[in-house]
Design a protein around this ligand. Sequence first.
Ligand SMILES: [Zn+2]
Length: 168
Amino acid sequence: MLDIVKYPSPVLRKKSSDVDIVGDDERCLFGDMLKTMQMSRGLGIAAPQVGINKKMVIVQVADNKLLKMVNPRILEAKGQERMEEGCLSIPNLYVNVRRSKWVKVQYVDENGKKQTLEAKGLLARAILHEIDHLNGKLIADYLNPIIKFFVLRKTKQREGTTNGKRII
Ligand SMILES: [Zn+2]
């Protein structure tokens, strides 16, 4: 299991780079990311959250199949929906984030094959949350700036349980 990078690490703010070739290093990193995500009870994890600024994310939501995505890119999005989310990198912060209800996403799988996927609801939300990480964006950025200032000031004391909430 790898350590989860927590706010305010600059790694979380950097834009991740494209992966040109999916090889053994990437498959090995996916394995470590998956273990880390499962141990932390997350629904998803992005490579910057384990300190690596590469466009790689894992998403596993309920009964949907485990997705290991390289260079994910949203092709189409529809609808809007608000839902409370948490993030492994900012413990104990829950933000009501408005996101698309439905997305069509293109990515490369762990075998280097190009894939297209349509997702809705929580799965779409988890994918969008992880893509935000690749762009250096965090759930706190969806708060109004004044609230964000006060909330993030307290982040150093933010350790603790997930209370059964959604951590993406
Ligand atoms: Zn997150």
